[in-house]
Design a protein. Structure first.
Length: 359
C-alpha cells in the first residue's frame, strides 16, 4: 500500500488514504517521490476548471528516485533520480513534427487511463498523468526525466512545472533580451520562477505585481526591482516606473481576464505580453480593433513555457549549480500530504510562494 491524496469527485476534499499501486508495465517506471509542489493547476483540477477523470490522485510537479522499470525501458534505471514531466511529448504527432513538443497532441494520454486502485478495488486515475501527491507513482518512461547532477532532489520537484514554465515564458515565449524591462503579474510559484528567469536574462527593470503586499519580500529576493500591489491603477503605475512608455515584456501568471487586460495595457507599444496563467472558459478578454493596430503589441499564449524539457533541464540545472537560480527561495512552506487542502486555501487567499510536499 502507498499513501496518496485522493480526489473522489470534483470539488470534493482530498483524502489521504492507502492505494494499491501495481508494478510498472511495459514502457513504464515506478518512482518513489522525494517531493511534490502544490501548483495552482492542481487546484484547477480539483474544482473542475481543468478536466480530469475522477477519482484521481492529483499532483504533477514532482521529483524522486526510480525504484523499478518495466519491459523495454532503457532511458532510466532503478536508482536514477528523475523529474516528472506531466506533458511528455510523443515525438510523432503533427506538433512534435514541428519541433513544438509543448503542444503535443498526445501529452495528456496517461491522465485518461486508470493506473492504480483504492483498497476497495475502485480504479484511480493519475492527475495530469503523474499522480505526484503520493509516496510512489507509476508513469510512462518518457515522463521520467533524468535529473542533472548538482540539483537537490526535493527542490528539483519545482523543475517539473513552475521553473520550466517561468523559464520558458521568459526565454522562449517572450524572448527577453538584456536591458529590457519586464513586469510579472502574480507572485506564486510560476511568478517567482519567472522573476528569477528575467533576472538571469539580464532584464533591467523587473516589476512584480500581486494583490498581496506580503509577497514583496519573496518577489525582491527572486529579482524584482519594483513591487506593485495590484489595483485599479496598476498599468498606470507600471508605465510611470518605466519612463511613461510601459514595459517591454509583461508576463501574466494568474489566468484572469482583468489581469491579462492589465498586463496588456502595461506593455509598451511594440512590446510583448505573454499569458502563462490558466483561466476558465468564462474569462473573456476584450480589445478594440483600433488599439490592436495602434499599439502594435504581441499577445501570446504560453503552454508549459514553450519548453522542451530534454533541452532546457540541463541549462536550468547549470544555473542552479552556479547559484544564479535559487530553487529553495521559491518554497514558502514544506508540508506533508495531509496539509495539501490548507495549501489550496492559501493559494485561494493569495498567500505565499510554492508549498512543497516533502516525503
Amino acid at each position: 500500500m502507498v499513501r496518496a491524496a485522493v480526489l473522489s469527485a470534483v470539488n470534493a476534499p482530498l483524502k489521504v488514504t492507502g492505494i494499491d499501486l501495481p508494478a510498472p508495465g511495459p514502457g513504464q517506471v515506478r518512482v518513489r517521490l522525494a517531493a511534490a509542489g502544490v501548483c495552482h493547476s492542481d487546484l484547477s483540477l480539483s474544482n473542475g476548471t481543468l478536466k480530469q477523470p475522477v477519482p484521481a490522485v492529483l499532483g504533477h510537479e514532482g521529483a524522486g528516485t526510480v525504484t523499478a522499470v518495466g519491459e523495454g525501458v532503457t532511458g532510466v534505471a532503478a536508482g536514477d533520480r528523475v523529474v516528472l514531466n506531466w506533458a511528455p511529448s510523443c515525438g510523432t504527432c503533427h506538433f512534435c513534427g514541428l519541433a513544438e513538443p509543448w503542444l503535443c497532441a498526445d501529452a495528456g494520454a496517461a491522465a485518461a487511463k486508470p493506473y492504480a486502485r483504492r483498497a476497495d478495488g475502485t480504479e484511480l486515475y493519475p492527475g495530469l498523468g503523474t499522480a505526484a501527491f503520493a509516496e510512489e507513482t507509476v508513469v510512462p518512461a518518457h515522463a521520467a526525466l533524468p535529473l542533472p547532477d548538482g540539483v537537490p532532489l526535493a527542490d528539483a520537484a519545482l523543475l517539473g512545472c513552475a521553473v520550466l514554465t517561468g523559464w520558458g515564458a521568459v526565454h522562449h515565449s517572450a524572448q527577453v533580451r538584456a536591458g529590457e524591462s519586464v513586469a510579472v503579474f502574480g507572485v506564486g510559484g510560476v511568478g517567482l520562477a519567472t522573476l528569477q528567469a528575467a533576472r538571469i536574462a539580464g532584464a533591467d527593470a523587473i516589476v512584480a505585481v500581486d494583490v498581496s503586499p506580503e509577497k514583496e519580500e519573496l518577489a525582491r529576493a527572486a529579482g524584482a526591482t519594483e513591487f506593485v500591489v495590484a489595483g485599479e491603477d496598476t498599468a498606470k503605475r507600471i508605465r510611470k516606473l518605466t519612463g511613461g512608455v510601459g514595459t517591454d515584456v509583461a508576463v501574466e501568471c494568474v489566468g484572469r481576464a482583468d489581469t491579462i487586460r492589465t498586463a496588456w495595457s502595461a506593455t509598451r507599444r511594440g512590446g510583448r505580453t505573454t499569458v502563462v496563467g490558466i483561466g476558465g472558459q468564462d474569462q473573456q478578454v476584450t480589445f478594440s480593433a483600433l488599439e490592436i493596430f495602434y499599439f502594435g503589441r504581441t499577445l501570446s499564449g504560453c503552454v508549459y513555457g514553450n519548453s522542451d524539457p530534454a533541452r532546457d533541464l540541463p541549462v536550468i540545472a547549470g544555473h542552479v549549480r552556479s547559484g544564479a537560480l535559487d530553487l529553495s527561495a521559491m518554497v514558502s512552506d514544506r508540508i506533508g500530504l495531509d496539509d495539501i487542502p490548507a495549501a489550496f486555501d492559501a493559494m485561494l487567499a493569495g498567500k505565499g510562494g510554492r508549498a512543497l510536499v516533502v516525503f
